[in-house]
Design a protein around this ligand. Structure first.
Ligand code: FAD
Length: 447
C-alpha cells in the first residue's frame, strides 16, 4: 500500500513523485517506456533544443561575415545527434537519481486503474490512497492518404534520422513544426511548411507570427499558408493552396506536425467514472478529477501542452494531496518558440484582451532600440506590451528576437504578481541587455 501512485514519468509525473517523496509520502511511479522523463526529456523539449542550438551555432558561423567570422564551416549531423543522445542520456540518469533520492519506487509497465486506489501493472495490482495520472500526449495523425509511408515521420521518429534529408516538407506550422523547420533549414536542408490556417504559430500575436514567418523565409523556408494537404506521395506532398489551386512540393522526408492528443485511452478511466471532456481528463483548479482520490496533471489534461505547466500542475496536485491548499492559474503561462529568431510570450495579446472586453493600451518597439540586440543580431525583432487602461496592470508581453526565451520569465513574474505599469517603471534593468526593451515598451505606453 502506497500513499501515492503516479502514472507516467514525464515532467508532470517525475516532478510529482519527487515532491511527494520529499514530503515523506510513499510513492510508486509507473512508466511504460524503458526510459524515464517522458516526451519532454526524450522526444520533445530537450532533444529538439539540443539540435536547434547545434543549428544556430552552425548558421551563425556559416553566415557570420558581418560579425567578422568567415571561412569553411561544416555541419556534422552525426555529431549533433550524438550530442543530443548524450544530453538526453545524462538528464535521464538525473531523473533516476532524483527518484532514488526522494525514495520513490519506480516500476516499468503500462498502468491501468482498476478501481479507485487500485492500479494494475501486468498481473500485479498496487494500492494507494491517491492516484495521479500524468500520461502525457502523443502526435495526432490526420487521415491523409500516403501518411503511413516510411518517409513520413512524426516528431518522435524524425529525431531518429541517421542522415539529413535533402528536401523536407513539414505538415503543420505550429510550434513543433516551425521549430523543426528552423533547425533543418539552418543546416542547409530545403524546407517547406504547409499550414492549413492563414498564418503560422497559431495563438501567437498576429504581427509577431507574421514577422516570424518573414524572418524564417529569409533563411530559406518556403511557407504555404491556408493550404490543405491532399496526399503524400513518395517524393512530394500535394496540397490545395489558399487560392484553391492544386500544388505540390518535392520532399524526400515529411514531418507530420499536426498537433497532439492527450493519452487518456486504456487507463481504465471511464470504468472508474473519471470524466473525460473533449478527449482530455477534466480537472478542477486543484488538479482533482471528479473521482475522489484520482488526480491528473500535464498534457493528459489538455490545458496548455507545455512541460513547465505540466510540472506546475503536478506540484499543485501533490500540494493538495499533502494537505497544503494550492490552485492552478493559467493567465501567466509562458510560451516559447525556439526558432531563430525566437518568440516568447506570456499573457494576453492585444486582440485577446480586446475580445475579453478589457480596456487596453498597447505599445510596441523594434528590438533594435536595444544596443545589445543591435550588437549581437542581424535580423529583426519586436517587443509588444499590453496593459489594462483602468487597473494599469500588465496583461501581456510578446517578444520576437534573440534571447527572448531567457527573458520572458521576468514578464511572467510581473503578470502573475499583478504588477502595475508604474511599478515596472521603477524597476532597474541591467544594461546593456535585450530585456531593457520590455521597460522601454512599458515607458512607451500612453494611458
Ligand atoms: P509526457 O512527457 O508525455 O510523459 C508522459 C509519460 O507517461 C510518458 O513517459 C509515457 O510513456 C507515460 N505513460 C503513458 N501512459 C502510461 C501508462 N498507461 N502506464 C505507464 N506510463 C504511461 N514543451 C515545453 O514546455 N517546451 C518545449 O520546448 C517543448 N518542446 C517540445 C518539442 C516536441 C517535439 C514535442 C513533441 C513536445 C514539446 N513540448 C515542449 C511539450 C512537452 O514535451 C510536453 O508538454 C510535456 O512532455 C508534457 O509532460 P507530461 O508529463 O504531461 O507528459
Amino acid at each position: 500500500m502506497y500513499d501515492l501512485i503516479v502514472i507516467g514519468s514525464g515532467p508532470a509525473g517525475y516532478v510529482a513523485a519527487e515532491r511527494a517523496g520529499e514530503a515523506g509520502k510513499s510513492v510508486l511511479l509507473v512508466e511504460r517506456e524503458e526510459v524515464l522523463g517522458g516526451v519532454c526529456l526524450n522526444w520533445g523539449c530537450v532533444p529538439t533544443k539540443t539540435l536547434l542550438n547545434c543549428g544556430k551555432i552552425y548558421y551563425a558561423a556559416a553566415h557570420g561575415e558581418s560579425f567578422g567570422v568567415g571561412g569553411e564551416v561544416r555541419f556534422d549531423f552525426a555529431a549533433a545527434m550524438a550530442r543530443k543522445r548524450k544530453v538526453v542520456g545524462q538528464l535521464g540518469k538525473g531523473v533516476a537519481m532524483l527518484m532514488k533520492k526522494a525514495k520513490v519506487e519506480v516500476i516499468r509497465g503500462a498502468a491501468r486503474i482498476v478501481a479507485p486506489g487500485k492500479v494494475a501493472v501486468g498481473q500485479d495490482v498496487h494500492q494507494a490512497g491517491d492516484i495521479l495520472v500524468c500520461t502525457g500526449s502523443r502526435s495526432a495523425r490526420p487521415p491523409i492518404p500516403g501518411a503511413d509511408q516510411a518517409h513520413v515521420r512524426d516528431s518522435r521518429a524524425i529525431l531518429d534520422l541517421d542522415q539529413l534529408p535533402q528536401r523536407l516538407a513539414v505538415v503543420g506550422g505550429g510550434v513543433i513544426g516551425v521549430e523543426f523547420a528552423s533547425f533543418f533549414a539552418s543546416v542547409g536542408v530545403e524546407v517547406s511548411v504547409i499550414e492549413m490556417l492563414s498564418e503560422i504559430a497559431p495563438g501567437t500575436d498576429a504581427e509577431i507570427a507574421r514577422l516570424l514567418r518573414t524572418e524564417l523565409a529569409k533563411k530559406g523556408i518556403t511557407f504555404h499558408c491556408g493550404a490543405r494537404v491532399e496526399e503524400i506521395a513518395a517524393d512530394a506532398v500535394r496540397f490545395t493552396d489558399a487560392q484553391g489551386q492544386s500544388q505540390s512540393c518535392a520532399a524526400d522526408t515529411v514531418l507530420m506536425a499536426t498537433g497532439r492528443r492527450p493519452n487518456v485511452e486504456d487507463l481504465g478511466l471511464e470504468d472508474v467514472g473519471v470524466a473525460i471532456e473533449r478527449g482530455r481528463i477534466a480537472i478542477d483548479a486543484a488538479c482533482r478529477t471528479n473521482v475522489p482520490g484520482i488526480w491528473a496533471a500535464g498534457d493528459c489534461t489538455g490545458k496548455v501542452l507545455l512541460a513547465h505547466l505540466a510540472s506546475r500542475q503536478a506540484e499543485c496536485a501533490v500540494n493538495n494531496i499533502c494537505g497544503r491548499a494550492d490552485r492552478m492559474r493559467y493567465h501567466a503561462v509562458p510560451g516559447v518558440i525556439y526558432t531563430a529568431p525566437e518568440v516568447a510570450s506570456v499573457g494576453l495579446t492585444e486582440a485577446e484582451a480586446v475580445e475579453r472586453g478589457r480596456s487596453v493600451v498597447a505599445a510596441k518597439l523594434p528590438m533594435s532600440v536595444s544596443g545589445r540586440f543591435l550588437a549581437e543580431h542581424d535580423g529583426r525583432g519586436l517587443v509588444k506590451v499590453v496593459a489594462d487602461k483602468h487597473s494599469r496592470m500588465l496583461l501581456g508581453v510578446h517578444l520576437l528576437g534573440g534571447h527572448c526565451s531567457e527573458m520572458i520569465y521576468g514578464a511572467c513574474a510581473m503578470i502573475e504578481s499583478e504588477t502595475r505599469v508604474d511599478e515596472i517603471k521603477e524597476f532597474i534593468f541591467p544594461h546593456p541587455t535585450v530585456c531593457e526593451v520590455i521597460r522601454e515598451a512599458v515607458l512607451a505606453l500612453r494611458f
